[in-house]
Design a protein around this ligand. Structure first.
Ligand code: 9WN
Length: 438
């Protein structure tokens, strides 16, 4: 399986970026790149470092790390550079490489930490090279975290604000149904033809045209606001506080603070620890007592969004949770509302609880199991000392991936791979899990 996964990463590489998938996503996605770099580190540390360097080449002057860095030689994804037109609309955007103008969850410091850990186990010159590289990429990571703290931490809730569902990485998750219901497509939405539907066996696995109109309209809104968070807070018709991105920001800021300490940057370390503490507190403040899950907030109405989605496990990812709350969440995760639901082919948590009325087992983020998300959970569980739960999810995931198609997501009941096959981040997390299993 490791060899097959490694071949997929090689085949999806253009030499310096890894396409998120061979045809559906032929460019570099931000959070995909971080997971891909973790997988690459298990086989080729130099290539892992290059992956993140290529991603950060697309960073904006204000620190924003865009959710897509476009490969100028690849085609077939829509919306592409000529729809985003970032450098024409914002002085913060680089003129090259072309990028999108929105963000992805900030998992990058997790990747740097993991790459350093893998390099430490190798030792020798590779470790020295990786340490020198970490010193070089550190200021870019700091600028990214400062951007999030400055431009995206919501003053009221403390949660990371998103202006597009794509920014959550969980695009059409039912967690966003209520805020999207308030998005009205205005005049001036250019005519468009979707390209994504040509790359899946059943269009029911992808978001609907109705949803796509809203996705594209929010891109128009962002352009009209010059991709400025300040302006989007006044004009954006989709504004949510995302508990998952906030939790990721909390643990990533902790890890970056440790790197700052290692590099002797004490003031930075204090600043980053402060970001982590504030983000973690914001996540814990949004735990719904009744369900035990964290709830996102529709910032335009103030309403808590309580749909039972996998993002509700954000406190586990944030880390530093009181033991009683942690035990409750781990039991919930493995119990009958989630991974232990009797209908499931593999005991793994689906993207939406099978007990939720919003659950749709074949559609994208509305029910399928995403191996990359399971990896994030196994990583977080290990970090907080929940080794038994982490090992159970890891070994079950490896069984799920045994057919070696490395699907983007999987049908929870039939176990069939869905969406794109040969998805890079699925191959990448398999490599990291296999390393752990050794
Ligand atoms: C929009 C690349 C990306 C992932 C996201 C996933 C999907 C894009 C799309 O693919 O989103 O960004 O076109 O559907 O939802 O998490 O980063 O793999």
């Amino acid at each position: 399986m490791a060899a097959r996964a490694a071949y997929i990463l090689r085949d999806n590489s253009n030499g310096h970026i890894t396409k998120a998938s061979p045809t559906l996503y032929p460019h570099q996605w931000s959070w995909d790149a971080a997971f891909n770099a973790i997988g690459l580190a298990t086989i080729d540390l130099a290539r892992a470092r290059l992956e993140l360097d290529s991603l950060f080449a697309g960073q904006w002057r204000n620190g924003l790390l865009p959710h897509i860095v476009f490969d100028p030689n690849a085609d077939g994804y829509w919306p592409g550079p000529s729809q985003w037109e970032c450098s024409a609309h914002s002085e913060e955007a680089p003129s090259a490489p072309a990028t999108s103008g929105i963000i992805d969850p900030p998992v990058h410091a997790i990747a740097v930490d993991r790459i350093l850990a893998i390099a430490s186990s190798v030792g020798g010159p590779e470790l020295a090279r990786t340490e020198a590289w970490a010193r070089g990429i550190y200021p870019k990571l700091l600028a990214w975290h400062r951007f999030l703290a400055r431009d995206r931490a919501d003053k009221e809730t403390g949660l990371i604000t998103l202006f597009h569902g794509w920014e959550s990485g969980t695009d059409n998750s039912p967690r966003w149904d209520a805020p999207y219901a308030g998005v009205e497509v205005g005049p001036g939405l250019p005519l468009y033809e979707r390209k994504d539907k040509a790359h899946v066996s059943d269009v029911g696995q992808r978001p609907t045209d109705h949803e796509y109109d809203r996705y594209l309209w929010l891109v128009e809104e962002a352009k009209r606001a010059s991709y400025s968070s300040g302006l989007l807070r006044q004009t954006g018709s989709f504004q949510v506080g995302d508990v998952l991105s906030t939790a990721i920001f909390a643990c990533a800021s902790d890890l970056l603070a440790s790197l700052a300490t290692r590099l002797n940057k004490r003031d930075d370390a204090a600043e980053l620890k402060d970001y982590a503490a504030q983000a973690r507190a914001a996540v814990f403040c949004h735990v719904d007592e009744a369900s035990g899950l964290a709830a996102d907030v529709d910032l335009r109405t103030g309403a808590w969004l309580r749909t039972e989605t996998i993002a509700g496990f954000a406190p586990l990812i944030a880390g530093g949770m009181p033991l009683t709350l942690r035990r409750r969440l781990v039991s919930l995760l493995l119990g009958p509302r989630w991974a232990g639901h009797p209908s499931l082919r593999f005991a793994l948590p689906p993207s939406t609880s099978p007990c939720s009325p919003a659950y749709d087992p074949s559609c994208y983020w509305r029910g399928p199991i995403w191996p990359v998300f399971t990896w994030l959970l196994t990583w977080a569980l290990t970090r907080s000392g929940e080794y038994t739960a982490a090992a159970a999810l890891r070994s079950t995931s490896l069984k799920q991936l045994a057919d070696e198609t490395f699907g983007e997501y999987y049908h929870p009941v039939t176990g069939a791979p869905l969406g794109s096959l040969h998805q890079s981040w699925t191959a990448a997390v398999a490599l990291d899990w296999l390393l752990e299993e050794e």
